[in-house]
Design a protein around this ligand. Structure first.
Ligand SMILES: NC(=O)C1=CN([C@@H]2O[C@H](COP(=O)(O)OP(=O)(O)OC[C@H]3O[C@@H](n4cnc5c(N)ncnc54)[C@H](O)[C@@H]3O)[C@@H](O)[C@H]2O)[C@@H](O)CC1
Ligand SMILES: [K+]
Length: 507
């Protein structure tokens, strides 16, 4: 699914109005209808509803929602905030429609002191500003936002399109913004909804289809995307009947050190469960038995060192290296100077795309010159702290996203920044967000599992872009299946591996 800017969404609305064709009032009715349907499905008519409406079309949606809720027997009050003397035409038309049918449902607010008393357990609908917001909320409207946010603990707040005050395409970190429990957004994600800095403002995000014209959606290019099941079905390659284990590649996994062999085991098991043909693990002496017992399907090479690896480059002369389709490097590896040196030598010898994670990333942070030696098309999988160590801190998530994309382009790498919506920056400037996954995956070893999956997909011959998009999706999906079976609390990185099978079956 493409992510559109506020300007593109306005164009999509206008295109739909011209080409479907449909009047703007009917389109508003459709958008508000989708929200009303969602509300009927989530709350019964016993809860009083207060719909706070701005003077633009977001407010127009709110006025229609109030009317539709009244039609279904809900007690709905449209609280119109007169932040401007001029209402949009569709707002005005829907105000008149509500006034005609349910005059007692209108309540006008001209100052903070007009704010109504809300009975306990009310539903608050935030239809103040949507994609038309062009500057921070100011003046007495700031007081309204604070009032709504004070009420958030005792009432359920549902934002229409965007939490009011949130800019669709830029950071709003220091701006007054409504804090919603749920955001019902129209047709496509907006960038702001995917940023961690806005998590407390958006709550759970639902994308409701309002039938914007498919021609506009498909023809309009977008730099940002959210991956979905349909896209995965185009990437996934089912196995051919005459395949053998050689078909699915031989991967090398360089991982583990004393006290961190678990990371190597998790990565190896994930790699095996994600379809690698053959797997060899390079581990220090202390990891030999651990690996052979915990991952018997993998072969094992031991380093001369006891507690960490420092010689993994040695079996990788150009003639020997070709047997490995790819290398996954980093989980539990440690950052010993000798390990860093071996990584430098490995990068001199191995030219195909690799997966670089965890301590291999920390080594990159300590020796930044190594970054330019990573084979083009490789996959880097930092979490936010690792990202910051390598690429520096930023003032907000939008700036960080730009830095991520710029580095992926400059280094010709795929950089996957982990988060609720993992962001995958591609060398061509495109960025894909992954929407599968849940907070149960914020558990030790979850990242090691991702490294194993990505290594397996590269080994099987998936192109780097396909591997990183499919790998992130499968990892999150397996996590969602694990959470559904066991709860977000009880699931572990091992259960994510156990659920890789069901995740593949859902593709
Ligand atoms: N036909 C359409 O274009 C559709 C629009 N829809 C709704 O319309 C919304 C966009 O409507 P609008 O473009 O009218 O904009 P909004 O309703 O988001 O904002 C209202 C107006 O307030 C003014 N404004 C901007 N920032 C302000 C600030 N900080 N303080 C005070 N006033 C400010 C602007 O003039 C803006 O037009 C969408 O988010 C969506 O909810 C939906 O009904 C779907 C169809
Ligand atoms: K809103």
């Amino acid at each position: 699914m493409k992510i559109f800017s506020a300007a593109q969404i306005r164009e999509a609305d206008a295109y739909t109005i011209r080409h479907e064709p449909i009047s703007s009032l009917q389109l508003m009715e459709r958008a508000a209808g989708a929200c009303a349907q969602w509300l009927y499905g989530h709350f019964d008519a016993s809860r009083p509803c207060y719909i706070f409406c701005g003077m633009g079309n977001n407010g127009g949606d709110g006025l229609v929602i109030a009317r539709l809720l009244q039609d279904k027997g809900y007690q709905a009050t449209a609280c119109v905030l007169h932040h401007s003397s001029k209402a949009s035409a569709d707002h005005q038309a829907n105000r008149e429609a509500l006034e005609r049918q349910y005059p007692q449902s209108l309540y006008d607010i001209h100052a903070v002191t007009d704010f109504p008393e809300l009975p306990a357990g009310s539903i608050i609908v935030d239809a103040i500003f949507g994609t038309g917001l062009s500057r921070p909320i100011e003046g007495w409207m700031t007081g309204i936002v604070h009032k709504l946010n004070d009420l958030q603990a005792r009432h359920t707040v549902i934002a229409i399109d965007l939490p009011s005050g949130l800019l669709a395409d830029a950071s709003s970190v220091l701006m007054p913004v409504v804090h919603a429990h749920h955001t019902l957004s129209f047709e496509v994600y907006k960038l702001a909804l995917l940023m961690p800095e806005n998590a407390a403002r958006t709550g759970q995000v639902y994308i409701l289809s309002i039938g914007l014209h498919p021609a506009y959606l498909t023809q309009t290019p977008a730099r940002f995307h959210v991956t979905d099941a349909a896209m995965m079905r185009t990437i996934y390659q089912p196995r051919q009947p005459f395949a053998h284990k050689g078909t699915f590649g031989h991967a090398l996994l360089v991982a583990g050190s004393y006290g961190k062999m678990g990371a190597a085991v998790l990565s190896a098991q994930a790699c095996l469960h994600a379809g690698v043909g053959l797997l060899t693990c390079h581990v220090p002496q202390c990891g030999y038995l651990v690996m052979q017992i915990s991952a018997p399907c993998a072969m094992c090479i031991t380093d001369p060192q006891e507690a960490y690896s420092a010689h993994f480059h040695e079996g990788l002369s150009p003639a020997e290296a070709v047997k490995y389709k790819t290398i996954g490097i980093g989980p539990g590896l440690g950052t010993a100077t000798a390990t860093a040196k071996a990584l430098e030598l490995l990068l001199e010898q191995y030219q195909q795309p690799v997966v670089i994670d965890a301590d291999a990333l920390n080594i990159m942070a300590a020796y930044p010159f190594l970054l330019s030696r990573i084979p083009p098309g490789s996959l880097l999988t930092p979490h936010p702290k690792e990202f910051e160590r390598i690429f520096g801190s930023t003032r907000n998530d939008f700036e960080r996203l730009e830095r991520l994309s710029q580095q992926a382009t400059q280094l010709q790498l795929y950089i996957l920044l982990k988060g609720r919506y993992t962001a995958i920056a591609c060398p061509d400037g495109a960025v894909y967000f992954n929407a599968t996954g849940n907070p149960g995956m914020a558990t030790g070893g979850s990242g090691d599992v991702l490294t194993g999956i990505l290594t397996a997909l590269l080994a099987q011959g998936y192109a780097p872009k396909a591997a990183v998009l499919l790998g992130a999706y499968l990892h999150g999906l397996a996590g969602d299946i694990a959470a559904a079976r066991l709860s977000q609390e009880a699931m572990t990185a091992e259960t994510i591996i156990d659920c890789l099978g069901p995740a593949f079956l859902q593709l």
